[in-house]
Design a protein around this ligand. Sequence first.
Ligand code: PLP
Length: 449
Amino acid sequence: ALLNLLECAVQTLPNDLDTYWMPFTANRQFKQAPRMLVAAEGMYYRSRDNRQILDGTSGLWCVNAGHARPEITETVHRQLATLDYAPSFQMGHPIAFEAAAKLRALLPPPLGHVFFTNSGSESVDTALKIALAYHQVRGQGSRTRLIGRERGYHGVGFGGISVGGIPGNRRQFGAQLPGVDHLPHTHNLAENAFSRGQPAWGAHLADDLERIIALHDPSTIAAVIVEPMAGSTGVLMPPKGYLERLRDICTRYGILLIFDEVITGFGRLGGHAFAAQKFGVTPDMITMAKGLTNGAIPMGAVATSDEIHATFMAQPNQAAIELAHGYTYSGHPVACAAAIATLDIYRRDGLFARAEELASHFENAAHALRDAPHVIDIRNMGLVAGIELASRPGQPGARAYETFVRCFENGTLIRVTGDIIALSPPLIISRQQIDELFEAARNALEAVA
Ligand code: PLP
């Protein structure tokens, strides 16, 4: 199966490492010792120096069905040759309608409508704009405030960084949306360290929304956006009962609840397509991207409730554009082809159920690291685990970064954020590969100072 990986030879480094300004990267440090990936298949990458690298992160939380799936490759190839591009403004092409219908089948009712974007960041900004416009259309234009949460990651658009709660992602950019407030994050090691699945403590933190609503008045608040499980900021599970309370409060005050499922979508938490279904809490909108196309072609989407959609469609002038929003590449035919092929694989191979079947093995393998050096917390659900390390005094993030580099040198791709390791392998991983993944993490932790 790894034939095409084995046949590849060592490749030279590009002559020009300088021109490409790399995203979310310490460019100068990276370019002194580049970590290059040149091929991928199934559970593995191949590095430039021709080593096999176990993918413990589904690329960047996207490749849920494993790499280089021939069904996706062939469908994309065929679509490119048939209809490479077509405009989506006042024009249509059937595959976009097909992709929306296929996605709808995975969504929790009453989320019955889909708006296409090209990324998670665009999905977030789209959902925020839909929320604001929705209130305006139904005559509640005073609802302009958006509520996010500390330690939330909602991409890098101005909307996303405004509702996001990662100080480092906001500090450099003065201009942000006005009228945004933030819920407290739910992470608490003193109460919840080494919880398996949802932690017991912390549902009451949702009640802070009541305080924020009282402070600003409900008539000013449009929407609350949270990741049901915060991924990028270090795998923070929602406390038991927390999301339910957020839902109740939002419903009570006519505020839209948005779940950002860019990471949690498409089976990551096991057993269901979306965290909304896993936790039994239905938001008014879900933002997604990444796993929608298995990472193969950039694509995102916003799912909205039937009620939100119907509100726009009830505007009196049938000839007017109901929502003045969209992207040149919304519903791009090649992305739609990739999405359809991906969703077919998820269903045919039962990958969401597979993630659930593997979850207890994964959980046990994760929590077996409890006695590894520097580990102060482990948390998990489905096929995602967060392993939090004690920071080296005066050098936050250094220990995890060195762990990441060492893992890569030894043939495993992990992801780190601050001093937290996040593991989120493709849902096709085997039990043995799960063991290898956590063993690689242990070996690296035992080697770093
Ligand atoms: N929202 C969440 C929850 C994410 O995890 C991410 C990316 O990791 C984004 C939004 C942004 O997605 P993108 O990088 O595709 O813009």
